[in-house]
Ligand binder design. Structure first.
Ligand code: BES
Ligand code: ZN
Length: 403
């Protein structure tokens, strides 16, 4: 309410636009450490808003890398926008709303979910095939790149669609497959759907980004993106393969391979905004981005606690106890580091299990060396396909939702 007052009174204070400045969200203390002036801080989460020069961007990325992070910030599509502009206020409001929802959940009795084992899920989890994962990752990483703004933005996307169709030959349920075209970029996302039997309007989402990027200074431009993110993409497909010959779920399940994540969550933010404006009822969105490098150990995974839902994380812990039995280490990106942030921004519950803790992650990503090699661990990656299977099968036959 205070927000809407600000909204009207500050509407005119926009843009002293300096075109070389990038509007970003990042951990406020990281920004300060990089010598960047923090224009506004979201007090509940410590997320800061700043406008950075290319020099500061380099500094911030280096510092983030030194802390074991990736780029260290999320670029907003707001050129030179004043920190009190309603657009910034709106993003801050969305971040605060999610944080408050999580705090309410943690302090309520809902925090304890009891769940009993379903033998059909145990059997389905057991069907995950490392060979299938390897084949998909090999196919995707064989292209020069899968960049959203490269010369062939849809080459790898078409290959993935062909691979999806091939893998679904043994399906007993009907699966709808389609490209999702975007306004802002030429690369398409892919969506596959298994329609729910009794509550089709309730949607369980799982996804990962299909695009890749090379960020080497004097590199050859190759971006095989085996770990980032052919791996997560292969896990989502493996879950689809297995679910496509199960009993029809009560809720609809949607599988996404997003475009343009590396350009700033471009595909997923359009999709999540569209879903929100169409009032679609997304029960949860699982994001798999990087699952091939067992940096903290083969049975250990990182779980991002920022831009994710405390309810879905607690639900995931119950699933893990029954079906996966991994060690879960909570960690943070410190910024919206992947497509889950797009869904979270629109108020939908999200979850992001990750290959390792942040500091132990694969440091070859965004280079020509992100390939299948002796460090690629398909047993580790298979754990994430199992998570996707258990999550999709259980949640799509449940009446649970975020309180
Ligand atoms: N896979 C990375 C994100 C990531 C890295 C998550 C390390 C968890 C740990 C993702 O594809 C990526 O590179 N994201 C960008 C940000 C995005 C908004 C462009 C990044 O982290 O720089
Ligand atoms: Zn990346």
């Amino acid at each position: 309410m205070i927000r809407s007052l600000l909204l009207t009174s500050l509407f005119s204070s926009a843009a002293l636009a300096q075109p070389s400045l990038k509007a970003v969200l990042a951990d406020a203390s990281l920004l300060k450490e990089a010598g960047v002036r923090v224009l506004r801080t979201e007090s509940l989460t410590g997320v800061g808003y700043a406008q950075i020069t290319p020099d500061q961007e380099t500094k911030l990325s280096r510092l983030a890398h030194a802390h074991g992070k990736c780029g260290g910030f999320e670029a907003l599509p707001l050129e030179g926008v004043h920190e009190l502009n309603p657009l910034v206020t709106n993003v801050f409001g969305q971040i605060a709303d999610q944080e408050l929802k999580n705090r309410r959940f943690v302090s309520s009795s809902h925090a304890f979910l009891s769940m009993t084992e379903n033998p059909a899920i145990t059997a389905a989890v057991g069907e995950v095939s490392e060979d299938q994962l390897r084949q998909t990752v090999k196919t995707l990483s064989s292209f020069n790149d899968r960049t959203y703004n490269g010369s062939r933005p849809n080459e790898g996307i078409q290959a993935m669609r062909a691979r999806i169709e091939e893998v679904l030959k043994g399906a007993t349920l009907p699966v709808e497959i389609e490209y999702v075209q975007h306004k802002g970029i030429k690369q398409n996302s892919i969506r596959a759907r298994i329609v729910g039997s009794t509550r089709p309007s309730e949607i369980v989402v799982l996804g990962g980004h299909l695009d890749s990027i090379n960020q080497e200074w004097f590199g050859n431009g190759q971006a095989p993106g085996a770990d980032d993110n052919a791996s997560g993409s292969s896990n989502i497909l493996e879950a689809l393969r297995i679910l496509s010959h199960q009993k029809q779920p009560e809720r609809t399940i949607e599988f996404f391979w997003y475009a343009g994540e590396e350009g700033g969550l471009l595909g997923s933010s359009e999709i999540a905004q569209t879903y929100k404006s169409q009032k679609k009822d997304v029960i949860g969105a699982l994001q798999l981005d990087m699952t091939l490098f067992a940096g903290t150990g083969q049975f250990v995974l990182g779980s991002m606690t920022d831009f994710t839902s405390a309810w879905l994380r607690s639900y995931f812990e119950s699933l893990n106890t029954l079906y996966i039995k991994a060690k879960i280490v909570n960690d943070k990106c410190g910024y919206g580091c992947s497509d889950h942030a797009s869904w979270n921004r629109q108020g939908y519950p999200t979850l992001m299990p990750f290959e390792a803790t942040f500091k132990d992650m694969n440091h070859n990503i965004h280079t020509s060396s992100d390939v299948v090699d002796s460090k690629s661990n398909f047993t580790h990656s298979a754990m994430f396909a199992k998570i996707a299977v258990a999550y999709a099968m259980d949640l799509s036959n449940s009446t649970l939702r975020e309180p």
